[in-house]
Structures are given as C-alpha cells and as structure tokens.
Design a protein around this ligand. Structure first.
Ligand SMILES: [Zn+2]
Length: 358
C-alpha cells in the first residue's frame, strides 16, 4: 500500500515536471541556482546580476537562469537548415521556467546558441541528428569505474565536464581549452550554461551509467575499449520502472530527475545549511569539474545499489526493466541522496563563481 502511494506521488511529480527528460526537472535546477544565490560573495553577486541582466532579461538571478539550457530545447531545426524557437501547443507547461527569456532578443539568443552549437559534433541517439548542444548535459561513465577520467568510455570532448570547463574559461576571460567544439559567445551565455550544468553535474545518472547485455547483466565497456550500441541504457532512460509502468512509462533517469516535492523550486533553509557544510574544493578551479565528476560517480555507485535489471517482455533492443531488492529502502536512500546532491550543486556553483570574481 505504502508502495502504491509513493508510486502515485512520483507520478504526480512527473506530471508537474514535464521537462524531466532533462536533469532534475526545472525545479531541481532552480533549487541549485537559488542555493548558489544565497552563498555568493557581494563581489560575485554584483557580477552575476550585471551579466545575467544584459540584453532583454530583467531581474534574473541564478535561480531563474538555471533552466535556460533546457529552454533552448524548444529551438528546432527546419528542413531548410534554419532554426526556430517553437512553443509546443501540446506542452505549454514546458514554457513555465522559460518565461524570463521570452522577449524577442532573448529568443533570438537561444536560436543563435543552438545554431552555433548544432553541428560541432554529431549526436544521433535515435538515428536522427539531434544537435551537438544536447550532449553538453551528461557523460556516461560505467559505474564499475571509481573516478572520472577522459580515457574512459562514455566521456568525450563535448560532454558535461568538458562543457563546464569551457564555460569557466570564458568567465575567466581565457580561451576555451582545446579540443573546443563549443561556441560560447559571451559571459552571459557561459553563466547560463554553468547555472544549469552544475545542477546536471550533481544528478548521479548524468555522470554514472550502467551498460547491460540483453539479459540485463552488467557489461564493462572499458574492457572492450568500446561501447556496443545495444548495451547503452542512455543514462537510465532505457530502463523502465516496472512498478509504475502500468500507469505511465517511467524510467530510471526521470525518477532521478524528480526532486522531493517538499523542496519546491527555491532554497529551503535545510538545503542552504547543508550547502554551507559542503567542504571547500581543493586546488584551482580548473581542476574542480573533473574532481566533482568523480565525486558524483561515487554517488552513482549508491544510486545503482540494490537495483537489478531484466529484459522487457517481449524483449526489445535497448529496453530493460529495473527491479528493486527493497523498493521502500531504495526510495528512502534516493530521497536522501537527492537532497545532498542539490546542496552540493548549489554550494559548488557559488564556490566557483566566488573564486572567479574574488
Ligand atoms: Zn540538463
């Protein structure tokens, strides 16, 4: 009974956060931004306010800025090669976190950003060209690994960690380190990227991934030194939750994107306190993205603990069903992990900006 109640609670959360396909849903991104807003030094806060409110945005803080990188997903490429921002009439709720950017000049900025970053790499997850900018949100390191390393499968020069490093360089006024398949036009764009991607970086399924054989057994792409396409779970998007599947197709990735509903979409004092207790990062900011990705990968180990995988019936390629050793325990553990990770994301976004604008 308890299980049913919780499953329904998750369903409601999914209905209310339609952008869940992209990490944390917008609520999680806003929470991360809001925590960072609270922890900025006065010098960094002044810079953030000035940069984010250039152009036609007004009164934007990191909380409002954080969903921007998902809002650009409304930019579509037409057959003639031109890009357009298109509101989906069937999903007007997608626009909720995007209203701060709906002035003409800000829409134009989104269209321009997607156009510049569309073909800097090839990304065809379902056989169609999806635009390189869609790869900036994640890496897929096998959970058998204990650290984030560029030599591992599931990393690439246009993954989440590389994009964060590029955005840091732009804010520091330095050239983007090579290889640089990014076009980040100015500091505003860099800050919009960072405000979002520091959230993604702390969603464990945006860094750690499982690769599975047709029977649902774990495979290791670093042993073969290549990823067999049929083993890809797309960050858990290809793993359905059998418990909820009779109501609505839920997948493991989406379930991790949803945050506990009591958190709303701002910074609770509980999370701000947790963020203040996050230990400072050692070394120079340039080294932080990789270190943070390693930290998240270790959290991903816990996020996959107590899970099993089996084929769907009938079996289908790149589709599995998740099983739980103990579903109640898993829900409690994941709730606690999410709170901790949101606090870390906010703390580290502020730490980074405070270091850049000392
Ligand atoms: Zn994202």
């Amino acid at each position: 009974m308890m299980r049913t109640v919780i499953a329904l609670g998750w369903l409601v959360a999914v209905t209310l956060s339609p952008t869940a396909a992209s990490a944390w849903g917008y609520q999680g991104h806003r929470v991360v931004g809001a925590i960072a807003d609270r922890l900025l030094t006065p010098a960094a806060k002044a810079q953030v306010q000035q940069i984010l409110n250039e152009g036609d945005t007004r009164g934007i803080d990191l909380r409002k800025a954080a969903p921007w990188l998902d809002c650009v997903k409304s930019v579509v490429r037409h057959d003639d090669g031109r890009f357009h921002y298109e509101v989906d009439p069937d999903h007007l709720e997608y626009e909720v976190p995007c209203t701060p950017f709906n002035a003409a000049r800000e829409r134009a900025r989104m269209v321009d950003y997607v156009g510049r970053n569309w073909s800097t790499c090839s990304y065809t997850p379902d056989g169609f060209e999806r635009g390189c900018h869609n790869t900036f949100h994640f890496a897929d390191v096998a959970i058998q690994r204990d650290s984030f390393d560029r030599n591992f499968q599931g990393t690439n020069p246009h993954d989440l960690v590389a994009t964060i490093s590029a955005a840091i360089a732009v804010l520091q006024g330095k050239p983007i380190p090579p290889p640089f398949p990014f076009s980040i036009k100015d500091k505003k764009e860099a800050l919009l990227l960072l405000a979002h991607l520091m959230g993604d970086l702390h969603q464990p399924l945006h860094i750690g991934s499982v690769y599975l054989d047709p029977d649902g057994r774990l495979v290791d792409p670093d042993v073969a030194h290549k990823i067999e396409p049929e083993t890809e779970t797309i960050g858990g998007n290809a793993i359905q939750d059998g418990v909820a599947v009779s109501f609505q197709t839920l997948n493991l990735h989406h379930e991790w994107d949803d945050i506990p509903t009591d958190l709303g979409d701002a910074a609770t004092s509980e999370l701000v306190d947790a963020a203040k207790a996050v230990p400072p990062s050692p070394g120079l900011p340039e080294a932080w993205p990789v270190a943070w990705a390693t930290d998240t990968l270790l959290v991903a180990h816990d996020a996959f603990k107590g899970l099993g995988f089996k084929p769907t019936s009938p079996p289908a390629q790149n589709k599995w069903i998740v099983t739980f050793d103990n579903h109640m325990d898993y829900l409690q553990t994941s709730d606690a992990i999410k709170r901790k990770q949101l606090a870390k994301g906010g703390a580290r976004l502020a730490e980074l900006l405070n270091a850049i604008w000392q």
